[in-house]
Structure formats: structure tokens, C-alpha cells
Design a protein around this ligand. Sequence first.
Ligand code: AMP
Length: 224
Amino acid sequence: MLNVALFGPPGCGKGTQAELLCQHFRLLHLSTGELLRAERREASELGRRVDAIMKEGELVPDDIVGELVRKEVRRALNENLGVLFDGYPRNLSQLEALESLLGELETEIHCYVSLEISDEKVIGRLTSRRTCSDCGKVYNLIWHKPRRDDTCDNCSGELYQRSDDRPEAIARRLEEYHGQTSPIMDELNTRSVLHHVSAERSIAEIQDDLVDILEARKATIGQG
Ligand code: AMP
């Protein structure tokens, strides 16, 4: 079983890469952003609580996200699946919470990878991102186009622009990433366990690098 944490600023293509890796390695795709968006779509009590926070591009409180993660990790273990963490952990206390949860369950993160891209490129990409209002599938009108601009290829749902893909919210999310998530990279660099991959390339090139990194790590699991 392989557990992976994928880091990267909003708009670096992390969700797309995560989906491909999950198919390749048969992992559960645990995207906290997607879990939270699903709660908002269903207008659950939790969804209503986090709505305004997410619209502003701010981070949802750790205990709410931690509970969603705990449930999903247990589900993966029951199904004997490794987990790809996408968008979690987002700050040092989430890193600590995740490591302690996995420790309790007698497992760990085997591979940490950071996708790297400049803020300028992020802004260009996010303003052309569209998401399906039914199934949550993500497109980009420039480099991952749906067959029709406003319709999901998967389920024919309507595509919309996320409220947190507005310029003010993008700026806020980049600020959160540099302020809150970068300290995780510093910590993992200190431990020499973080792989760095440039995300300023094609989907296929990035994916090739990621597959190589994960294959190499997978081969060492269980060899002490
Ligand atoms: P994402 O799809 O990962 O860009 O996440 C979208 C939004 O969901 C973020 O801007 C946050 O408001 C919220 N979110 C996602 N993951 C987390 C997390 N690990 N901790 C706190 N908030 C999160």
C-alpha cells in the first residue's frame, strides 16, 4: 500500500495529476477541497458553515477538515487502498495531525511531492478553470478543454467558474499557500523527504516524472 501527499499552489494542475496517479497506482483520491465542495453542493450543515470561508479563499478550520480526512482514511484502509492526499495537509498542525492519525493506524506517508509553479502562471490558469456543478470534474479552457465550453464531458452537468477563482480570492489563496503551506515544505526539506517537480510543463511530462518518483518509492516499501 502506498500513501502519497501531493503539494502545490492552487492552479498548478494538482487535481488533474492526482486523478491520473490514482488510476495508475489504484489509490483513493482524497481531495479535501473536493470533499468540502461536495458538502456545499449538498447544502449540508457543514457545507453552509464553510461556504463563506471558502468563497474568500481562506482555510477552513483544522478540526472540520481533520474529521473529513479521518473518515476517508478509514474507508481507504477498509478497502485496502493507499491514499493520495490532495490539498491536505495545508499547514504544520494538519501535518502533525495526519502523521499522528496514520501512526495510530500503523501506516505513514511514503512519498511527499511538491509541484512548483510561479504565481503569475497560477493566476493565468485559474481564471480559465471550469468545474462541473454535478460531478466536480475540473477542466481548463486552455489546456484541458471540455468538448463544449459549458458542459461536462463526463456527465453533461453544467460547468461553472468557482467563486474562489475570482482574482481577489486567488490572491488570498496564494497568500495562504505561501504563508501556511510553505512551512510544511521547509519541515519536509529538513527531513530530506520532499520531491520537487516543475509544474510549468505539459500534463504528460509532469505525470511521467510523478510516476517515476512513486514507482521508485513503491519498490522500496517493505524492504525495511
Ligand atoms: P482546493 O480545491 O484544494 O484548492 O481547496 C479549495 C478550498 O477549500 C480552499 O481554498 C480552502 O478554503 C478549503 N480547503 C481545502 N483543503 C483544506 C485544508 N486542508 N485545510 C483548510 N481548508 C481547506
